[in-house]
Design a protein around this ligand. Structure first.
Ligand SMILES: Cc1cc2nc3c(=O)[nH]c(=O)nc-3n(C[C@H](O)[C@H](O)[C@H](O)COP(=O)(O)OP(=O)(O)OC[C@H]3O[C@@H](n4cnc5c(N)ncnc54)[C@H](O)[C@@H]3O)c2cc1C
Length: 369
């Protein structure tokens, strides 16, 4: 019996996972218009945060502002545990940080890329490069589309609806002038509230606004909220008003909880002298200090342009089978990775979708189900 022929369009993490999996039984060609797996080299600041070590499929899926329910089925078949097993059994040594983020032991994204290239080669996956990237789909028994978050033409031309696309996991630009001069200053475990809910995590000031994991995640929940909108930041949930009873200067008291430069800027913006003793503050000044620490409002006026890590929106999920990733509209057409209307928070969740949906698409297309 002759082998099934499968075309994978897009040689990113999702396309490679699909190709390697399908190639257990089928003859697979990857069509890639750029350098194969180039995107992976930039992930995790060059370290590649390849997944997040969460075993329960529902808990894992709860880290996706879009796609959560669809992922129940996907992750119950191939979640973070199976992903780690997949990589570890192929020789990739990994370690898990305290926050559950998983990285290769080498701390190099190139190690993950090399492993994927090697596995593809072992299974005789052919990579067809730039000039030929318009794949002659009619020559194949099945096609897997894995063209990423910004290339939806094939999906659209084959009748699939693409939901509204928005940048996600972006830094945010703020209006407040007290932010000036704080670029590079960070706050551990801030609480950030928006209309979309409350998140905790590390926050980083930039030249024009805010970044850091808690802000990137906030931007994901607010991806469809058009600026301007307000954030409320609790810089120091542990700060107690009775800490102001001493004769130390108020900026020194706040320094126990937040960087001094931030304390000085916030106090100055609220007309409180940073050198004034805590015990000398009036009742209304004490209330202001409490508000500064627990409820600072920040007006977000736009997203940082071109800084997004993922695209929110993509191929509408209702026309896909979550067990196989096959289209319900076009037989033998499969989708995986960021092209889908699925996006996750920071922490390895976006690559996890690539591994999981790529694996299921490859398994089904290669008929190894
Ligand atoms: C700076 C940065 C850091 C990140 N860090 C992390 C991280 O640490 N952890 C994490 O989980 N996620 C991270 N992400 C997100 C993650 O990289 C993406 O979600 C992931 O790469 C998506 O994989 P994909 O295979 O679906 O698409 P892509 O990686 O975008 O790959 C798609 C491929 O298809 C090719 N292509 C497109 N159209 C065609 C066509 N018509 N014909 C042929 N080829 C085509 C493209 O050239 C590309 O190579 C990061 C993203 C960025 C930008």
């Amino acid at each position: 019996m002759s082998k099934k022929k499968i075309a994978v369009i897009g040689g990113g993490p999702a396309g490679f996972m699909a190709a390697i999996t399908a190639a257990a039984n089928a003859k697979v060609d990857i069509y890639e218009k750029n350098i194969p797996l180039k995107t992976i080299l930039y992930t995790g600041n060059g370290r590649c945060n390849l997944t997040n070590n969460i075993s329960g499929f529902k808990e894992l899926a709860s880290h996706y502002p879009r796609g959560e329910k669809f992922l129940y089925s996907v992750f119950s078949r191939f979640g973070a545990e199976q992903t780690l097993e997949w990589f570890n059994s192929r020789g990739l040594k990994t370690y898990t940080q305290q926050d559950n983020r998983v990285f290769p032991a080498t701390n190099k994204a190139s190690t993950v890329r090399e492993l994927m290239l090697r596995e593809a080669e072992k299974r005789n996956v052919k990579i067809i490069g730039s000039k030929q990237y318009k794949a002659p789909l009619e020559r194949y028994d099945a096609v897997i589309i894995a063209t990423g978050g910004k290339n939806h033409a094939i999906a659209e031309n084959s009748g699939h609806k693409i939901t509204r696309l928005k940048p996600s996991l972006t830094a945010l630009i703020a209006e407040e002038s007290w932010i000036k001069g704080l670029a590079g200053v960070s706050v551990r475990n801030a609480l950030v509230s928006t209309k979309a809910g409350k998140l905790a995590g590390d926050l980083l000031f930039t030249h024009r606004g805010l970044s850091g994991p808690v802000i990137l995640d906030t931007s994901a929940y607010c991806a469809y909220l058009e600026p301007p909108y307000m954030l409320e930041i609790n810089f120091a949930p542990g700060f107690e008003p009775n800490e102001l009873k001493t004769n130390r200067s108020v900026s020194n008291i706040l320094k126990n909880h937040i960087p001094k430069s931030l304390a000085i800027n916030l106090l100055a913006a609220n007309n409180i002298l940073p050198g004034k003793a805590g015990s000398a503050l009036s009742e209304s000044e004490k209330k202001t200090v409490l508000k500064i620490m627990h409820e600072t409002g920040v007006k977000i006026i736009s997203r940082e342009k071109e800084g997004e890590m993922v695209t929110a929106g993509g191929v509408e999920l209702k026309n896909l089978n979550p067990v196989t990733m096959e289209s319900k509209l076009v037989k033998n057409m499969y989708f995986c990775g960021e092209i889908l209307d699925i996006d996750g928070l920071t922490g390895g969740f976006n690559l996890q979708v690539c591994w999981s949906t790529g694996y299921l698409a490859g398994l089904a297309a290669g008929d190894t189900l």
